[in-house]
Design a protein. Structure first.
Length: 534
């Protein structure tokens, strides 16, 4: 999770709420209404501000800054004086100093303005063929980045900003109140689009002694927000001398003390007409939270695109005006001992077609046989369709090596099985639960190329080299047919799912790194995501 929150108000009761930046739904804490968060990344503009105004508030920021500096000097003097110094005397001196400052400061001029930034969130995938010692392996890395770039001309304005604290950032939609707060003044946008995400931030699993034979990486999901941060320029008189300050209104701190010549640029700022006004759409839409089929209360994850009713097992998605039913196909339970519990895991299934090495493959086992024979496929496969179905997990299992391995195992296990899909629903029972979907079919299709490494077992990985890795994966052309939502049951024994024919284990519990086999969360809480911030 990013930790960046959006502030809004419930259309039903007017109560304020805070939701994660990329949440799709939110439940109001006061009236318990289900809110579908209306967000258009291409049009919406967000503001970062303390939300306060007035000359007195601005002077209080200056007084607090000077008082904190004075407190640091007193504390250093007290430390040198030894244990006989009295702490109450320190606080009495601070109060007197602050009162004296309020009488010394006189605000001469104030200019409020907003500064443009671009916040880009990206999901990066890497398919790697590497070597650790004599062992050769191919694996997938998925991780999340958030990058903040300045949207103004840094040559014309030097704000001393070293980046927003995006780990604890609170955003609100830009409204008429913000426009009034800054008098309509904005720093002009710099020419040119924001920078593309940096892919060199990738984390590597290989040790320093390891070797990367081939690497294929790219951005499979990118979202970009336009946001404005509130700054103020203040000119104050203090003991007959004029001083100039630049104040950061996100944190209520002094960003810089300006020279008189540098202050002229902020004094000359005029109201801008190039910034989009308040949004026409509301922050959220109120939807009935009951299942459209049986009326059961829906408990959906805040980032889920598709949820499942625990009563009638229908798939439910958020429509324009109401919750809507979504058809899906179900695979039969794989043969084996009776499971203690079940996890119904969603996949996006695509008809498979791959052009690689001068050949066209429509069956996954033929493509794998181009590297080495695959005797295990015959034992595991339930059917042999042409074209094969390529299953991509419809849930964001990424952020740690264990979660990445679990993602690979799900891809390989489902593709090796090639289960028959039927248009039916499972029978509800207490020992079964559903994992919702938070990846759209389009996002899964973009990720599918990088997930090809998850189809290889240890035997085929030994036959991979830099040449055929490039031909069969990096330079291959993957064409996917129309998507189908498929749900595959994962049998659990002692809380653990074992992928037959593949190394690895996916557990319904928390992530643990001390087991020889990978584990990842399958319950409503997603696995922790790694975040690389600028």
């Amino acid at each position: 999770m990013s930790g960046i929150t959006i502030e809004g108000s419930c259309p039903e009761c007017g109560a304020p709420y805070r939701a994660e930046l990329w949440d799709r739904t939110h439940v109001c804490e006061y009236c318990e209404s289900l809110l579908a968060l209306a967000r258009d990344d291409t049009r919406d503009v967000y503001a970062v501000s303390d939300g306060q105004s007035g000359d007195a508030h601005l002077l209080e920021i200056l007084v607090r800054h000077e008082t904190e500096a004075y407190r640091a000097r007193l504390a250093a003097r007290q430390a040198r004086a030894g244990p006989l110094a009295m702490e109450p005397l320190l606080f009495d001196g601070l109060r007197e100093f602050a009162e004296r400052l309020r009488g010394e400061f006189e605000l001469l001029e104030r200019v409020d303005f907003f500064v443009p930034y671009w916040l880009r969130e990206s999901a990066v995938a890497e398919a790697i063929l590497g070597r650790r010692g004599v062992a050769k392996e191919s694996y997938l890395q998925l991780f999340h980045t958030e990058e903040l770039s300045r949207g103004y001309d840094e040559q014309a304005f030097h704000l001393r900003d070293r980046g927003l604290k995006i780990g604890s950032l609170r955003l609100a939609r830009l409204t008429s109140r913000h426009l009034e707060l800054a008098g309509g003044r904005f720093l002009p946008l710099a020419s040119g689009p924001p920078a593309e995400p940096r892919l060199d931030r990738a984390r590597g699993r290989l040790r320093r002694t390891g070797q990367v034979i081939r690497r294929h990486r790219g951005v499979w999901r990118a979202r970009q927000l336009s946001l404005y941060k509130h700054f103020s320029y203040a000119s104050v008189a203090r003991r007959g001398h004029e001083e100039h300050y630049l104040l950061d209104r996100q944190f209520g701190t002094i960003a810089a003390r300006l020279a008189a010549a540098e202050a002229q640029g902020y004094r000359a700022l005029q109201a801008s007409t190039g910034v989009a006004g308040p949004p026409e759409t509301p922050d959220a839409r109120v939807l009935a939270s009951e299942c459209p089929n049986c009326g059961w209360e829906l408990r959906a994850g805040q980032q889920e695109l598709i949820s499942f009713c625990t009563s009638c097992c229908h798939a439910i998605t958020t429509g324009e005006k109401r919750l809507e039913l979504l058809p899906y196909e179900l695979a039969a339970l794989p043969p084996g001992p009776v499971p203690e519990a079940l996890v119904y895991f969603p996949f996006w299934a695509f008809p498979f077609q791959l052009d690689a090495g001068g050949c066209r493959f429509t069956r996954i086992r033929d493509w794998l046989a181009a590297v080495s024979p695959q005797p295990g496929l015959t034992r595991i496969a339930e059917s042999d369709p042409d074209p094969s179905l390529y299953f991509v997990p419809a849930r964001s299992l990424y952020g740690s090596p264990d979660a990445d391995r679990a993602f690979e195992q799900l891809v390989g296990w489902a593709a090796w099985r090639q289960p028959r899909l039927l248009r039916e629903r499972p029978v509800p029972c207490e020992r079964a639960r559903f994992a919702g979907s938070d990846l759209s079919a389009a996002e899964a299709a973009e990720l599918a190329r990088y997930a090809l490494v998850g189809l290889h077992d240890n035997a085929s990985t030994r036959r991979l080299n830099g040449r055929n890795f490039a031909e069969l994966i990096r330079d291959a052309t993957l064409e996917l047919g129309p998507p189908r939502l498929a749900v595959l049951p994962l049998p659990l024994q002692r809380g653990v799912w074992r992928a037959e024919g593949l190394r690895g284990v996916v557990s319904g519990g928390l992530l643990t790194g001390d087991l020889p086999l990978a584990r990842a969360t399958l319950s409503h809480g997603l696995a922790p995501r790694a975040r690389v911030s600028s």
